[in-house]
Structure formats: structure tokens, C-alpha cells
Design a protein around this ligand. Structure first.
Ligand code: AKB
Length: 317
């Protein structure tokens, strides 16, 4: 079997994806690649790690050959909030970087490329409740524009060249191992850290802001399950809605108060409120359920219990 390359491996999702893939396929079969951030000692010791800039196509090609790569999980991306502060950078990394990956996929006949998309593909004109898989895609953020482009390019490379490109529209992802960086949904992670450390949090979206969310174990499972399903089962390719739960920032704070009663949360919306307001509140993910058996395990109370149990000893250490 050929090996697996994961870019964005030091990021919030990439770091846990690498861990799971190494458990499944063996440490040396999974090559982790990051841009500048140092990997943890655990990641570096467990298996191969390389630094690479996604815009450096030649360097990427060298790794494809050096490690005999067959499957490419392309996790590196500039997220929505940073994307609004640095739109040119978001365009380069998310579109030109992806273009490099797709072209490399053709040149080296990669077996599979996985490219996560996001709820950011939707915009203010999209129906916000139970948003269908096929609907209006008119995002107002640069991040959203790059993600729609990624979905369209991936589908194009599949139809036109037969390259097996797959992707899913991830909601906000909550986790305790690696902090997210630069997203609008980051408040849903920060709130747990601050609740445990300081018993209070100032949230950068309004209390009644509702967004679709998912806990990391479900997220990693979704990505790997989509990658593993036989191609013949797929009608969609790069644009599956996936979700696990939807809650308001206030409901999230209440779920934490159930376990940490002293916790208080106040709300001071900043520029990220407008981004959150342009995204759906909940998603219809029946296409993912039908085509590759998607089914989440965690709801809000179960996630909050696990987050606090896992994060508390880590923050006290
Ligand atoms: C972000 O907030 O930018 C990401 C996303 C929903 O894609 N977490």
C-alpha cells in the first residue's frame, strides 16, 4: 500500500487526524507536514514529519516521490477570521495551494485527495435552518469564496480527469488537544479553556448566535469514513454537509454551568459576528448519511462532559 500525506498536520484537526491515521495504518505510513509551527514531540517522534509551504509545488512533489504517497489529506487552510484580515493570503493558500495539490494529484496519479470544505460556503441568501446540501452558495467572506472554489475545482478534476477528490463541509469543530487558529467558531473552544482556568469568558458573538458544531472524535471519524468509502457509493464528491449538533453561545455556556456552576459568560460581539450571521444555524446532512453512513456520536451535554474531563487535568498540569 502507498503512504499517506497530511498537510496542516500541526493544526487543530490535522494533529488529531494524523494520530488516528497512524493508529490505523502504522506510524511510518503517515507523513505529517506542517508549515512553520513546531509539531509536538509526540508527533515528531511517532513518525515522519516535514516542513512544507503549500505554495512550494516543487517541495511538495519531492515529498510525494520520497514517501511514495498515494493518499493526500490536504488540511492546511487559512480560516474565516484570519481570512478577513488577510484576504490575499487566504486566496493564495486556499486556492493556489489547492491548485498545486490537484495538479500534483494528476501528475503522480494519486489514489485519493481529501479536501475539507466548510459551512462558510453558504451566505446570507442561503436558507439558514436545516440548510440543504444543494442550495445557494454565495459566501461573503474570502474564506467562503475559497472553499466554494475548492469544492468546484475538486468536482471538476473528478469529472474531467477522474481524480478521486472528496470533501465535506465541516461545521465548527470543538476539541481539547490543539487549539484552533483564526476561525469564527473558535469561541466554542476558548469558552471551555476560560471556564476551567478563570471561571469566566467574554464571548465574541452574541448569546443567541446559533451555529452547527461537531466534537473532534466525530470530525476525525467523518473525514476517515469519507476517505474509506468505495468510490462507487458516492453521488456527491467534494461537498457533503455534515453536522452533529446546533446550539447558541448561551446554550453552550449553560451546558458548562451544569458542571462548573460558578462559570459566568458575557458577550461582546466583534467583527466575527457578521461572519457567524452569514452562516447556517443547522444543516441537512442526509446525503452524507445515505452515501457513506455518516452518524455522529456526540451531542452538547456529552461533549461538554468529555471536554471538561479531558481539559481540566491538562490545564492544571
Ligand atoms: C471557521 O470558523 O472559520 C472554521 C469553519 C467553520 O470552517 N471553524
Amino acid at each position: 500500500m502507498k503512504n499517506i500525506l497530511v498537510t496542516g498536520a500541526v493544526g487543530q484537526i490535522g494533529s488529531e487526524l494524523v494520530e488516528k491515521l497512524r493508529e490505523k495504518y502504522g506510524n511510518n505510513s503517515v507523513i505529517a507536514a506542517g508549515h512553520k509551527t513546531q509539531p509536538t514531540e509526540g508527533m515528531r517522534k511517532a513518525g515522519p514529519f516535514e516542513f512544507v509551504n503549500i505554495l512550494d509545488k516543487e517541495a511538495l512533489e519531492k515529498f510525494i516521490v520520497k514517501y511514495n504517497i498515494g493518499t493526500f489529506y490536504h488540511m492546511s487552510s487559512i480560516l474565516s477570521a484570519v481570512g478577513e484580515q488577510k484576504p490575499q493570503l487566504a486566496f493564495q493558500v486556499n486556492i493556489l495551494g489547492l491548485y498545486n495539490v490537484l495538479e500534483i494529484g494528476l501528475k503522480y496519479k494519486l489514489e485519493k485527495i481529501i479536501i475539507p470544505s466548510s459551512i462558510a460556503v453558504f451566505g446570507p441568501e442561503t436558507p439558514r435552518d436545516n440548510t440543504p446540501n444543494e442550495t445557494i452558495l454565495l459566501p461573503t467572506t474570502m474564506y467562503g469564496i475559497t472553499k466554494v472554489t475548492g469544492e468546484l475545482l475538486g468536482n471538476y478534476y473528478f469529472r474531467r480527469f477522474g481524480l478521486d477528490v472528496r470533501g465535506l463541509r465541516l461545521p465548527g469543530i470543538i476539541s481539547y488537544k490543539t487549539l484552533p487558529g483564526g476561525g469564527t467558531t473558535d469561541y466554542a473552544v476558548e469558552i471551555y479553556y476560560e471556564a476551567i482556568k478563570h471561571k469566566k469568558y467574554t464571548c465574541f458573538v452574541r448569546e443567541n448566535t446559533v451555529l452547527p458544531m461537531m466534537y473532534m472524535p466525530d470530525c476525525v471519524k467523518a473525514i476517515i469514513d469519507l476517505a474509506d468509502v468505495p468510490l462507487s457509493k458516492l453521488k456527491h464528491h467534494t461537498d457533503f454537509n455534515v453536522t452533529a449538533m446546533s446550539f447558541s453561545a448561551g446554550e453552550l455556556a449553560d451546558s458548562i454551568k451544569e458542571i462548573i456552576p460558578e462559570f459566568t459568560c458575557e458577550y461582546k460581539p466583534d467583527f466575527r459576528q457578521a461572519i457567524a450571521d452569514s452562516w447556517p444555524k443547522s444543516l441537512d446532512d442526509s446525503a452524507a448519511r445515505e452515501e457513506w453512513g455518516w452518524k455522529p456520536e456526540y451531542d452538547l451535554p456529552k461533549m461538554t462532559k468529555d471536554m471538561i474531563e479531558k481539559l481540566s487535568p491538562k490545564l492544571k498540569a
